[in-house]
Ligand binder design. Structure first.
Ligand SMILES: Cc1cc2nc3c(=O)[nH]c(=O)nc-3n(C[C@H](O)[C@H](O)[C@H](O)COP(=O)(O)OP(=O)(O)OC[C@H]3O[C@@H](n4cnc5c(N)ncnc54)[C@H](O)[C@@H]3O)c2cc1C
Length: 194
């Protein structure tokens, strides 16, 4: 409440560029504004934090960490109807083809109201190569229903997308009305906050 009031006050006092929660400038579909320019929080580290939401991030470590979009915490702060889903990348067939004993984890942050992915994080060997698929899904605001038609090749690490969607669908909120419950796929977790 106080945060919303202060944000509104700053917005009125400065000639700021209005952005949505992904830092996309209102009235455009390509321009992002972070830092003081959007007037949301005139602080050094807040500007850097916002920048992370608008660009793909990869830590080229072993394992790699790759992320795009907003985090679960950012989504909650923004008042998004958050749902998250995770899956072990090592459990998909393509991972074992990629490296013996592959371990990794994928997590999606979902806006349950709009039924779109708003954030994605992958940890594991060579997951930077998975990131652009997440970037396209998030920037394109591809709905969960539409994502079902983006069938990954077998055997590839991209199969984790299918497993994530299956896990989501196994939850009651994702099932069509009257549908029988499905068995959740593998070592995965779908979470909907109360
Ligand atoms: C006196 C003062 C004290 C502060 N103390 C703190 C503090 O203690 N802690 C804290 O977290 N924050 C503090 N801040 C706020 C912090 O400095 C800003 O929030 C932060 O610098 C914003 O970063 P930014 O990259 O968005 O903008 P800036 O750091 O302002 O960077 C914008 C850059 O764009 C350049 N630029 C502008 N117009 C153009 C143009 N047309 N073409 C090309 N370049 C252009 C500018 O020269 C500037 O280099 C303070 C600010 C002030 C003024």
């Amino acid at each position: 409440m106080l945060q919303a009031f202060l944000r509104d006050l700053v917005g009125r006092l400065c000639r700021c560029t209005k952005v949505d929660d992904t830092m996309l400038v209102e009235g455009t579909d390509w321009l992002y504004a972070v830092g003081d320019a959007n007037g949301r929080a005139l602080l050094t580290h807040q500007g850097k934090y916002q920048a992370r939401a608008a660009v793909p991030r990869v830590a080229f470590t072993d394992p790699e960490v790759a992320a795009f979009g907003i985090t679960e915490a950012q989504a909650r702060e923004a008042g998004v109807d958050v749902r998250t889903v995770e899956h072990d990348i090592g459990q998909v067939a393509g991972a074992s083809m990629h490296a013996e004993g592959y371990t990794g984890r994928a997590k999606l942050v979902i806006d349950a109201e709009r039924r779109v992915v708003v954030g994605a994080t992958f940890v594991g060997q060579d997951v930077a190569e998975l990131l652009h698929s997440a970037t396209v899904a998030i920037v394109g605001e591809v709905t969960l229903d539409r994502l079902w038609h983006a069938v990954p090749s077998y055997p590839t690490i991209s199969e984790v997308w299918l497993r994530l969607l299956e896990t989501l669908r196994s939850e009651s909120a994702e099932r069509p009305p009257g549908a029988e419950p499905e068995v959740a796929a593998g070592p995965a977790r779908a979470v909907r906050e109360p």
